[in-house]
Design a protein around this ligand. Structure first.
Ligand SMILES: [Zn+2]
Ligand SMILES: [Zn+2]
Length: 244
């Protein structure tokens, strides 16, 4: 039974691969699945142009992709220009899909290039538009749906509240507080344990103990001393308060 099921899967797979008549360029993207369920709450479309075309062309993965590609910390990171191109190619692909037109690998990208690239002659552009119109594609409406890199940037930062920057100063301070607080608690706990153990072994004569850890930070420039909390809370040493 199990072998049967496995074989039918193989067959199914083969049937797909031996029929590469048309390879849809978007198929790679549609395999991208939203990783966090919490993202669902944010998928309510915004009022901006990107939100509108996301709705119109049912590009449900788009927001997820935009944020991920933009904030990618590797060399693969997309600029907002790259992202605008990505959005526009998806819009074009969606229009081709709607008109039932099938296209080969790279064809969407190439068609987009013919429509938009400065290096393409106006004659070629006119020809491309005519051909698309002949195929029943409302090319003017499609081009009107194309977005600029600025629009994508606004959508990312305003609507999706994405940011290229790392955590805010406040978040960094908070993390610092947490980290040092945990370190202090741990130091106190280990100290108390050690003392108690010595007491249990009659090496040390002492009653019940408690351990308090105070870390003092000295600004070497003015020799002022602070507790961690005070220094973090006031955002720096008094001797530097005139700066920034
Ligand atoms: Zn938006
Ligand atoms: Zn100082």
């Amino acid at each position: 039974m199990g072998a049967h099921a496995g074989r039918s899967t193989d067959l199914h797979y083969e049937r797909i691969t031996v029929n590469p008549e048309y390879f849809f360029t978007r198929s790679a993207d549609t395999s991208v699945v939203s990783e966090r369920a919490s993202d669902d709450t944010e998928s309510v479309t915004c009022g901006c142009k990107v939100g509108r075309i996301t709705d119109e062309h049912e590009l449900s993965d788009l927001d997820d992709q935009l944020v991920r590609y933009w904030t990618d910390r590797t060399e693969e990171r997309y600029s907002t220009r790259d992202l605008a191109e990505h959005v526009n190619q998806q819009v074009l692909a969606s229009a081709l899909d709607d008109s039932g037109l099938q296209y080969r690998d790279g064809e969407v990208e190439n068609t987009y290039r013919l429509l938009t690239d400065d290096d393409v002659s106006s004659g070629t552009r006119v020809q491309t538009r005519k051909e698309l119109e002949r195929e029943g594609i409302p090319i003017e409406a499609v081009e009107n749906d194309f977005v600029s890199h600025q629009t994508v940037y606004n959508h990312l930062t305003d609507c999706l509240e994405a940011s290229l920057e790392g955590p805010s100063d406040e978040e960094r301070l908070e993390r610092g507080r947490d980290k040092l607080g945990a370190l202090r608690n741990r130091t106190a706990a280990v100290t108390k344990d050690t003392i108690e153990q010595l007491a249990r072994n009659d090496v040390l004569a002492v009653g019940e103990v408690d351990a308090l850890v105070t870390i003092t930070i000295t600004c070497e420039e003015c020799k002022t001393q602070y507790t961690v909390r005070d220094l973090l809370d006031q955002g720096g040493c008094d001797c530097r308060s005139g700066e920034e």
